[in-house]
Design a protein. Structure first.
Length: 401
């Protein structure tokens, strides 16, 4: 930190620099540079370099410096440097100093940086997704014994999950020229899992990452985090009954499910007799009482895919409509709701989610207000006036004065 006098002297020098001098400042935290200095400088932001350009650059440097290194090792350096030329050169320089043979080997870079093997990380991800608990513990211990850093393991797992999600969006990522055979094998494997499951995996790792940072025993904490991940991702229900899981959603598109009793069937058409405002209140009541029990992901799945038809907080009964039974995250949603309610799910051709009900209600309010006496007075002076948006305002007690 600069004293006030030193800072003022620096500003004075920058404003009136000596003719024979050029000042060059470099920082990785531009937000911490005072605005008074930024305003007196030309600014050049050094962007991250793409993999292909960085790979070619390192190949050229290795050739000029007569450094023998395999393409696999360069590829690993490119991944580790995350687009930073400076970091990639530092890793290349360290690798050249500590190499045990004429050519820099992948294993040496892995050991030097405290990385885990990519094949081990992919296998660990498979064990978590498949709920193979003994292999999770064994693989973690093997990584730990080889010197892999705990924080780096969970960061690499998060990168794998992120890459897996992007693979489901853009299939062309599997054709990346920098992909190894291990990358392509895992890409083929992970396609069987939907976005909902991968997002739960991601959220669990994110929460675990924060726990590891404050834990006095990071390795033990990582074990518990990954075991918890595996439990959350398990496809099995609490009682292990696949038949029970299949019977919970009825595939009938237009009629109530036969699994519902007569009392529940009589309530299915309840929303038709409720006003739009009451239907919104029903959803809000549900989230008010039970929203804290669900992750943001689960709450989002409910709002985007479900319509709440009947909800009783005392009797723990919940009836919801869905468009189809195969939406992403549906299985996880059922398992969450089963723990809280006597759950009934009915498949309907058309449903109104919370957002669509809100939109319908807003249109209804606009239509009513358009016919109001006040708006007719506005039209008299402004014939082209339209009501674009409208909001209800909660009016509290107002005191005169």
């Amino acid at each position: 930190m600069l004293s006030k006098s030193a800072f003022n002297a620096l500003l004075k020098t920058l404003e009136e620099p000596p003719p024979h001098s050029k000042f060059i400042f470099a920082t990785t935290e531009i937000s911490k540079v005072p605005i008074t200095i930024l305003s007196r400088c030309q600014r050049f932001d050094l962007r991250r370099i793409d993999k292909k350009t960085l790979f070619s650059f390192l190949e050229e440097i290795a050739k000029k410096e007569k450094i023998s290194i395999s393409k696999e090792a360069i590829n690993l350096i490119v991944r580790a440097s995350d687009g930073s030329v400076r970091d990639s050169l530092s890793i290349l320089d360290q690798s050249n100093i500590f190499k045990s043979q004429d050519e820099i080997q992948v294993e040496e870079i892995i050991n030097m940086l405290g990385f885990a093997k990519q094949s081990d990380l992919y296998n660990l991800s498979k064990y978590i997704l498949e709920n193979n608990l003994p292999e999770i513990i064994k693989m973690l211990n093997d990584m730990y014994q080889r010197g892999s850093e705990t924080s780096k393991i969970i960061e690499d797992l998060m990168n794998i999950v992120n890459w897996s999600c992007k693979l489901k969006i853009d299939k062309n990522l599997i054709n990346d020229e920098f992909n190894t055979e291990e990358d392509n094998q895992f890409a083929s494997y992970v396609t069987q899992y939907d976005h909902g499951k991968l997002n739960i995996f991601w959220q669990s790792l994110m929460k675990g990452y924060d726990e590891i940072k404050i834990s006095p025993h990071p390795h033990t904490t990582l074990e518990m985090v990954l075991l918890r991940c595996s439990f959350l991702l398990s496809d099995q229900s609490s009682d292990g009954s696949d038949e029970k899981k299949k019977s919970e959603i009825a595939p009938t598109p237009s009629k109530p499910s036969p699994i519902l009793d007569q009392a529940v069937q009589n309530k299915i058409d309840a929303p038709e007799s409720l006003s739009l405002k009451d239907r919104i209140a029903l959803h809000q009541k549900f989230f008010h009482f039970y929203g804290q029990n669900f992750s943001p992901l689960m709450a989002g799945i409910i709002m985007e895919n479900c319509e709440i038809i009947e909800f009783s907080e005392n009797e723990k009964q919940l009836l919801i409509h869905v468009v189809n039974e195969n939406f992403e995250g549906g299985e996880e949603l059922k398992n969450n709701l089963k723990n809280e309610f006597q759950l009934s799910i009915v498949v309907k051709e058309n449903i109104d989610t919370l957002e669509s009900i809100k939109m319908l209600y807003k249109k209804e309010l606009i239509a009513i207000e358009t016919q109001s006496e006040d708006f007719q007075k506005v039209l008299a002076k402004f014939p082209n006036a339209k009501i674009i948006d409208i909001e209800e305002v909660e009016r509290g007690d107002q005191n005169d004065g």
